[in-house]
Design a protein around this ligand. Structure first.
Ligand SMILES: *Cc1c(COP(=O)(O)O)cnc(C)c1O
Length: 230
């Protein structure tokens, strides 16, 4: 039976409380860990309901959906974050509609985004998505290519490289999942030695965010636990 725990407001509150609890368990300040609500597959009316709760930043993984929702919700001051694999030929819409891309995984995409942003005098926050899982289906830059890409990104001043993003292996083995998150944190720490300050670590989803927070996530991307099953 539908009860008060089934409302969007109740689920959002519960997620924030679980994130705060995970922070306390890891000895971290809850103010250091943001939640990015992932609204992919849910329609504009649901996002509008979430916006009424005070949520203002949403993760999407498809450019077509981003176009539809930004058009339907143009009256609201929302920010849109791309978290899915991006084809280079979609760079124009992304540059126009998104405030941030967390799935930057290759130089070609950086070039395409820069080419669209520069004439508009706009900038985009970006996170480099790193592949920390052996699964074929997971996109991302191979870790050993990170130093090279970070150096090359210096040529594209419209892209403000703020950190790293990853998706962990899908597994019941907490150690295996945790190893993915730890690898991302280690890469962030190593990057400081290469001259790249990357404050943000976007890692953890509905099923694994406490482990990501224990390993240093500054942002968790939560879809199912807020909006429901897709
Ligand atoms: C869908 C998605 C999420 C959210 O996943 P949930 O398990 O629904 O919380 C996070 N990150 C990425 C890259 C996604 O595609």
């Amino acid at each position: 039976m539908a009860g008060p725990t089934d409302t969007l407001a109740a689920r959002w509150t519960a997620v924030r409380e679980r994130v705060d609890a995970a922070c306390r368990e890891s000895g971290r300040d809850p103010a250091e860990v943001a939640v990015l609500p992932v609204s992919k597959t849910f329609g504009a009316p649901m996002v509008r309901e979430a916006a009424a709760l005070g949520l203002a930043r949403f993760g999407e993984n498809k450019v077509q959906e981003l176009r539809e929702k930004t058009a339907a919700l143009a009256d609201l001051p929302l920010e849109w974050v791309l978290i899915g694999h991006l084809q280079t030929n979609k760079a124009r819409d992304v540059a126009r509609l998104a405030s941030e891309v967390q799935s930057l995984d290759r130089l070609e995409l950086a070039q395409a985004l820069h080419r669209r942003l520069e004439p508009e005098g706009r900038t985009l926050d970006v996170l480099v998505q790193v592949k920390t899982s052996p699964e074929q289906s997971k996109h991302g830059l191979p870790p050993d290519e990170l130093p090279g890409l970070l150096d090359r990104l210096r040529d594209y001043p419209t892209l403000r490289v703020r950190g790293l993003m990853t998706m962990a292996v899908q597994s019941d083995d907490a150690d295996a999942v945790r190893a993915c998150f730890r690898q991302l944190r280690d890469l962030r720490d190593a990057a400081a030695g290469w001259g790249h300050v990357l404050p943000r670590l976007s890692m953890g989803m509905s099923g694994d965010f406490p482990l990501a927070i224990a390993e240093g996530a500054t942002e968790v991307r939560i879809g199912t636990a807020i909006f429901g099953r897709r």
